[in-house]
Write a protein that binds this ligand. Sequence first.
Ligand code: M6R
Length: 608
Amino acid sequence: MCGIVGIVGDRPVAERLVDALKRLEYRGYDSAGVATIRDGKLERRRAEGKLFNLETKLHAEPLAGDIGIAHTRWATHGAPTETNAHPHFTDGVAVVHNGIIENFSEIKDELIAAGASFSTQTDTEVVAQLLARYRRDGMEPRQAMQTMLQRVTGAYALAVLFHDLPDTIMAARSGPPLAVGYGKGEMFLGSDAIALAPFTNEITYLIDGDWAILDRKGVAIFDHDGNRVERPKQVSVAAAYMVDKGNHRHFMEKEIYQQPEVISHALGHYVDLIENRINTNALAIDFASVQSLALSACGTAYLAGLVGKYWFERYARLPVEADVASEFRYRDIPLSKNAAALFISQSGETADTLASLRYCKDEGLKIGAVVNVRESTIARESDAVFPIMAGPEIGVASTKAFTCQLSVLAALAIGAGRARGTISQLEENRLVRHLAEMPRIMSKVLNTIQPKMESLARELSKCSDVLYLGRGTSFPLAMEGALKLKEISYIHAEGYAAGELKHGPIALIDENMPVIVIAPHDRFFEKTVSNMQEVAARGGRIIFITDEKGAAASKLETMSTIVLPNVDEIIAPMIFSLPIQLLAYHTAVFMGTDVDQPRNLAKSVTVE
Ligand code: M6R
């Protein structure tokens, strides 16, 4: 999950390549590099760390050339050092790569036995070495490229320069996405359309197995066997999504506060606010004829799916299997032909989720995708697309995508209940009215709880471990709270079903352990309060996130109680997401971490 970009330009390209990399930095940010061709020679600049370091280097040592490729890295093979940063050079060949060459070790041994010497620890270098070897053996660049592609296995999006082809970039895709962009007398290549948005909105997506030759006049695309193929050109809407932080310190903060607005957009798509019904034309899956639902996703998207499982089972009486995609894809699940499969992904590019989708497709299941990026691979490969309409999410920690995913899943579960006759029209009307209230309640909550969350975050930033507890839909929310805290503040946190406390985690509780209890006054409230008693009896410090009824009903002493408005169960997960997001955000700010680009992570995980 690196970002790659290329330009065959009519003027110097280095600055524009770095500009495009900035829009791809969400894909990885541990090192970066640019290569160009000038007077028949390849030149490059690379730097460890954030793009800023590469910019500083380019400022000191500018790079000329009207053609170039560039890369922002999320390390898989080899430490994030300048040496391992792309582009990799071997004898007049430059390569940038997103993905993993799975048979690199075998190829490397073979090349070393034949006299090659490697200068990096990366899997990517074998691509440059193979191409250089084929050229030395007398192959033309095009033949060398095709032969190399038949030799490597794994996942890749590649861009290649040959020093003696100063007007050509070669590219290939097997797995990670790659978009070709059309300019006037220039051609572009990028990991996504947003990277290319300032240059062009005319895009062709390569499909798996494609490789391409770009020059200033256009692109020729070939399939794996070298046959010329045509792929559709489309107008990308990515330009509309160019974003900045506005008045916020971080993208994450901006995205938290955008939630009422983006959820209104999402609801506008799924809900008829005059009739208080779900828009059946937005459903696109015949839930009445489906006997079960297989649901799969990663990280925060998976936790949204777990909340969705409760809703589909409750409102549509539809059995749901929910799995993290990295397990789902290898579990040999016996899937019924009458099942539908639902995949949830903000980016629409997550490798494990995509592989699970393809597995279900091969099994003949109807595929639905709940995605944010509508031009993504997961969206393109699905039978039915359910857009979450969150707009671009730049912060690595998912916030608005999570609550938009929840809102869409809630609407789908109600719609499925309606289609299956498991909820009455009156119940549908009631639930939809609550959904419609959500943006207003969210705005109110965001406007009131911030100071309290900030002061609580100051306390949390002194802790080394935090436990989150919840029951029902608050259980996945507890896991989401823990995930959010650990990924941006680096504080160890766990989310548990409150009823599981006594089966192990209770051993951790002492006066140093904050326990965040998420407990709206719902069907489970009394039981959760009993679990809180167990924590209190052992000296644990309770942070109680509840509603007005819950606060009035609980007599327990807490370290802090956050009181939210009373809301219906169907919208509680979205409303209760707000304090856990703000708590993680402010804790990370106190800790001084890189909130939008936390260490070791990337926004889009396009490798296994
Ligand atoms: O793009 P996706 O929704 O498929 O990404 C899935 C996870 O990688 C993502 O939710 C990740 O867990 C976030 N960093 C969590 O904040």
